[in-house]
Write a protein that binds this ligand. Structure first.
Ligand code: ZN
Length: 272
C-alpha cells in the first residue's frame, strides 16, 4: 500500500482540466507532484504557472515533452532544436528540473540515422539545459512507435545513447508502459542506476486487449504489467523520486474527471 507522498500526476492524464483546475484538484486530493504537459501552458506565463503550483503545495516534477529531433530535412532538424531550446526556457521559468524527451523518428530514413540525429539534437540543447539547471530524460518508447515517434525503443538503447552523449544532465525516464515486455529491462534499469542516470519513473497499465495504440492506456491494476516489480527495481537502482501517473486515454477523458482522480489515487495505493 503506497501513501501519496511520492505520487505525481502528469496533467495529460486529466486532459479535460485546464492547468489551473488540475493544480487545484490535485492539491485538494493530496497529490504531491505534477508534471506539466507543454500544451497546458499555451497562452500562459510559465513562471506564473510555476508559482501557482508551488503555492498550492505541489512540486513540479517535469515538463513534458521535448524531443522529435530527427528528420531527413535539415531545416526541420534546426527547427526542432530551436523548439527544444524554447522548452528549456519554459522549464526554467516554470521551475521544472527535468524535461522528458520523446526523441522522435523519421520513417523516411533508417532508425540508425534517426538515432544519430537524436544524439546530435540532445547535444545541441544539453549545454543550455545544464546552465538552466534542467536535466533531460530520454524516454524509450514501445517499439510500436518506432516508425515516427521514437527511434529509442529499449532501455538498452537509451543507456547506450547516454553512454555516447556522456553528459551529466542527460539520463533516462523509465515508463512501464513502454518497456514491460522487454526481457532485458531489469538488467538495464540496474545499469541505469549504476550510471546515476535514472531520472524519472512513469506508471500506468497495458490494457488487454489494447483498443488504440496511442490513447488506450489503463489505470494501474487494469492490465498485465507487474508495476510493483518495476517500482522495486527502480528503487533498488537508487531512484527516490516521484512515481508519476501518466495515462493517455480517450475513454477516461470522456468521463467525470473528479471521480477519475479518485480512481487514480485508489489504483495508485493498491497497485504501485
Ligand atoms: Zn512516460
Amino acid at each position: 500500500m503506497q501513501d501519496l507522498s511520492r505520487l505525481c500526476i502528469h496533467t495529460a492524464t486529466t486532459k479535460p482540466w485546464s492547468i489551473e483546475i488540475a493544480v487545484e484538484q490535485y492539491a485538494r486530493a493530496n497529490v504531491a507532484g505534477i508534471t506539466v504537459w507543454r500544451d497546458a501552458l499555451t497562452g500562459r506565463n510559465p513562471a506564473t504557472v510555476g508559482r501557482a503550483i508551488r503555492d498550492a503545495g505541489l512540486e513540479v516534477v517535469s515538463l513534458c515533452r521535448g524531443g522529435f529531433f530527427p528528420s531527413v530535412d535539415a531545416d526541420a532538424r534546426a527547427r526542432a532544436q530551436a523548439d527544444n531550446l524554447r522548452a528549456v526556457e519554459e522549464a526554467e521559468a516554470l521551475g521544472a528540473p527535468l524535461i522528458v524527451l520523446v526523441c522522435g523518428a523519421d520513417p523516411a530514413q533508417s532508425l540508425d540515422d534517426s538515432r544519430a540525429q537524436i544524439i546530435e539534437g540532445i547535444r545541441a540543447v544539453a549545454g543550455r539545459a545544464q546552465d538552466a539547471g534542467v536535466r533531460l530524460a530520454i524516454e524509450p518508447l514501445h517499439p510500436m512507435y518506432a516508425d515516427a515517434k521514437s527511434a529509442v525503443n529499449t532501455m538498452q538503447s537509451a543507456n547506450d545513447m547516454c553512454d555516447a552523449i556522456q553528459l551529466p544532465n542527460v539520463g533516462v525516464a523509465v515508463d512501464v508502459y513502454h518497456i514491460w515486455w522487454d526481457p532485458g529491462a531489469f538488467d538495464q534499469i540496474a545499469r541505469c542506476g549504476t550510471a546515476g542516470r535514472l531520472f524519472a519513473f512513469h506508471v500506468c497499465d497495458w490494457r488487454v486487449p489494447t483498443r488504440d495504440l496511442l490513447l488506450d492506456r489503463g489505470l494501474m491494476g487494469e492490465g498485465c504489467i507487474d508495476i510493483p516489480r518495476f517500482r522495486s527495481a527502480v528503487e533498488k537502482a537508487g531512484f527516490s523520486g516521484f512515481n508519476e501517473v501518466e495515462i493517455f486515454s480517450t475513454d477516461y477523458w470522456s468521463g467525470d474527471q473528479s471521480a477519475y482522480l479518485q480512481r487514480i489515487i485508489e489504483a495508485y495505493r493498491q497497485h504501485v
